[in-house]
Design a binder for this molecule. Structure first.
Ligand code: OAD
Length: 237
């Protein structure tokens, strides 16, 4: 049975599935966001250039969903794991819903951006979304009047923190994936790097992820039900 000590270096990657039990819709499950919206219409720079009103409608709703949702036991289990491991823990999330931060995670990298912020397309100022007038069809920058865009990494853009993540993948001894389908790169390929560098790889997911071939231990089910027990076992509680 796997046991962690405070010296075990653990890297965790989360996706939309970890927030499903908080009421946030995933992307590719039945009833997921990409069932009713085309990625090309709402989640690309081209979509924003051609129809910013529609893109803002989509992200305004995502923002409302995120502020009204609460972290679930899976988010809190990762906080507990971080408290046990300290600097030997790093959490990389593809989620933009802020729920890890709300739960209390500190060492978190939001590689696909965050719904909490927006960026001016003209002067590049970064603003907290809570401070802008979201009732405008296209929110405007208070400094230069340029169009604001959500601080989200869209398809065709480069995710944040890739070099830090690459270093972390090379030094971790355990790599844990929670709630991600394993189809969107580069995140879907992280497991391969970790495994090739000698890490033990673990996944907790409702369905079998696409990158299952690189997983040493797979726990199938809801992360809010499974992860708290696993963390307690790993840290010897
Ligand atoms: P997906 O919607 O592709 O996958 C969610 C995964 O979570 C699926 O494999 C589900 O089986 C699993 N799942 C659902 N409920 C769960 C639960 N309660 N517990 C555990 N697992 C559960 O979401 P992501 O993999 O996060 O990017 O998608 C990756 C990226 O694609 C997103 O960051 C987003 C999206 O397009 C952008 O918008 C740039």
């Amino acid at each position: 049975m796997l046991k962690f000590t405070p010296d075990t270096n653990v890297l965790v990657l989360t996706g939309a599935g970890i927030s499903a039990e908080s009421g946030i819709r995933t992307f590719r499950d039945s009833g997921g966001l990409w069932e009713n919206h085309r990625v090309e219409d709402v989640a690309t720079p081209e979509a924003f250039n051609s129809n910013p009103v529609k893109v803002w409608e989509f992200y305004r709703q995502r923002y409302q969903d995120s502020i009204s949702s609460k972290p679930n036991p899976a988010h809190f289990a990762l906080v507990k794991l971080e408290q046990f491991l300290g600097d030997n823990f790093l959490l990389v999330t593809q989620n933009v819903d802020c729920l890890h931060i709300k739960a209390g995670s500190k060492r978190v990298l939001e590689m696909h951006g965050s719904l909490a912020n927006c960026i001016c397309t003209k002067c590049h100022s970064k603003l907290a979304i809570k401070d802008i007038d979201l009732t405008q069809p296209i929110p405007l920058c208070p400094f230069c009047n340029g169009f604001l865009r959500p601080d989200i990494v869209w398809f065709g853009e480069i995710p944040h923190y890739l070099s830090i993540i690459d270093d972390a993948l090379r030094k971790c001894s355990v790599f844990i994936i929670v709630g991600t389908s394993g189809v969107v790169y580069p995140a879907a390929g992280f497991v391969l790097t970790a495994k090739l560098m000698g890490a033990k790889t673990i996944a907790i997911n409702l369905e079998k992820p696409d990158n299952l071939a690189y997983i040493d231990e797979f726990y199938q089910g809801k992360s809010g039900e499974i992860l708290p027990g696993l963390v307690a076992m790993w840290i010897g509680e």
